[in-house]
Structures are given as structure tokens and as C-alpha cells.
Ligand binder design. Structure first.
Ligand SMILES: Nc1nc2c(ncn2[C@@H]2O[C@H](COP(=O)(O)OP(=O)(O)O[C@H]3O[C@H](CO)[C@@H](O)[C@H](O)[C@@H]3O)[C@@H](O)[C@H]2O)c(=O)[nH]1
Ligand SMILES: [Mg+2]
Length: 195
């Protein structure tokens, strides 16, 4: 953690380390108007992540995934299934190595190179997670397996290859509701990746 002269008396209490780490942070914060206020924030730390938009310039297609996400099921997503970019959590490896590995595990393509386009905090009010956003070109001859995720982790990932146009329609009609996926689809539109 960096030092800030606007913070003092930071006290961290562990609330849960069941799978990842949830802490309660109590601290004094110096407001812009010069007064100190005491604040409490719960902070969830599950490391950083990486995600990628896979695109094929010849076929004008992209590859997304569909998988069950319990937190979305708890909040308005009827069957809990979510259409997403391929993504994973960083282990000890760097973001590039992580996303190349995750791409092979989740959708079955072995990429040689990827391009980093953004880095951003996922949910800065509550999570420490920083997300590394990539794009990567795939071709049919890069396919090495059917994807689907790791059996050892009971991942059950459907691979969706679709025309880019269809994904843009799904973005615009509200079928795509994962913000990381929205970010990279918008990147592809802005930068005319598939025109
Ligand atoms: N037992 C158990 N397993 C868990 C738990 N939380 C996650 N897992 C398992 O840990 C694995 C994580 O798989 P990854 O592919 O590495 O991560 P991800 O879940 O796809 O995460 C990506 O998307 C998230 C957004 O929803 C991002 O937050 C994350 O950074 C990353 O980009 C999955 O098999 C998942 O089931 C938990 O609380 N308990
Ligand atoms: Mg994943």
C-alpha cells in the first residue's frame, strides 16, 4: 500500500479468509475542506484479473464465453448465465501469460501474442481488483482443444463464436451485461477492429 498524507490511524481487521480475503478498514481521512473524518470500509481482496476480446479479421467473428455466475443470479439475472469475454484471475504469472493460459483453458485457442489496451479497477468502492484488458487475433488453425474450462475446478464454460455484428446487437439490446465485455466490445467499435 502507498503512503498518503491524507490518511492516519489505519486499522485493518480480518473478517474472512475463507476463500479470498475480506477485511474491515477503519481509518481517518483528511477531507478537501481540512477536517479529519473517521471512515470504515469493507474491502474484498481476491487479487487481480485479466480478460481478452478474441477476434478474427477474416471471418469478422469474435469469441465469447457463457457461464454461471452466482452473484448475478442473486441480483436480477434470471438463470445466472452470463456472456463474457474469456477471463481469469492472475496467479503468480504476469497478465499476458495469464490471459494466454486462460484463453487456451476456456476457449481452446493457443495465442502467440496479445495486445494490452486498458488497465482499470473493477469495482473500486469494494474490491482491490485491478483488471488487465487485452485484445487478441485468433485464426482457426490456432485451435488446440474445445475449451470449456478446468474440470478440476468444475468450470462449465460454453464457447460462443459469433459474428461481431451479432455481439454488437447483443450489446445494444441489453443481452450483454458484463461490464468487462462491454468495455472491450466498445473498444472494438471505436477502433474499428472488425471493419
Ligand atoms: N471453491 C471456490 N471456488 C471459487 C470461489 N471463487 C472462485 N472460485 C473458482 O475459482 C476459479 C477462478 O477461475 P478464473 O477463470 O481464474 O477466474 P474468473 O472467475 O473467470 O474471474 C474473472 O472474471 C471475474 C469477473 O467476474 C474477475 O473478477 C476476475 O478478475 C477474472 O477476470 C473458478 O473455477 C471458480 O469457480 C469460491 O469462493 N470458492
Ligand atoms: Mg474465467
Amino acid at each position: 500500500m502507498q503512503k498518503s498524507s491524507r490518511l492516519k490511524n489505519i486499522k485493518s481487521t480480518l473478517l474472512s479468509d475463507n476463500y479470498y480475503i475480506l477485511k474491515k478498514l477503519n481509518f481517518d481521512y483528511l477531507m478537501e475542506n481540512g477536517t479529519w473524518v473517521n471512515q470504515m470500509r469493507e474491502v474484498y481482496d481476491r487479487g487481480d484479473g485479466a480478460g481478452i476480446l478474441l477476434y478474427n479479421r477474416e471471418k469478422l467473428t469474435i469469441i465469447l464465453t457463457k457461464q454461471f455466475r452466482m452473484p448475478t443470479y442473486m441480483n436480477d439475472n434470471e438463470d445466472g448465465l452470463l456472456v463474457e469475454i474469456a477471463a481469469g484471475m492472475l496467479d503468480k504469472d504476469n497478465p499476458e501469460a495469464c490471459i494466454i493460459r486462460e484463453t487456451e483453458e476456456e476457449v481452446g485457442y493457443r495465442l502467440e501474442s496479445v495486445k494490452k489496451v486498458y488497465e482499470g479497477y473493477s469495482s473500486p468502492g469494494v474490491m482491490t481488483e485491478k483488471m488487465h484488458f487485452f485484445i487478441g487475433e485468433y485464426t482457426d488453425d490456432m485451435k488446440v482443444n474445445d475449451g470449456g474450462g478446468l474440470e478440476s475446478e468444475a468450470e462449465d464454460i460454453e464457447v460462443l463464436e459469433m459474428p461481431f455484428e451479432k455481439a454488437v446487437a447483443m450489446l445494444n439490446n441489453g443481452e450483454i451485461v458484463d461490464t468487462r465485455t462491454i468495455v472491450l466490445l466498445q473498444y472494438a467499435i471505436i477502433h474499428k477492429l472488425l471493419e
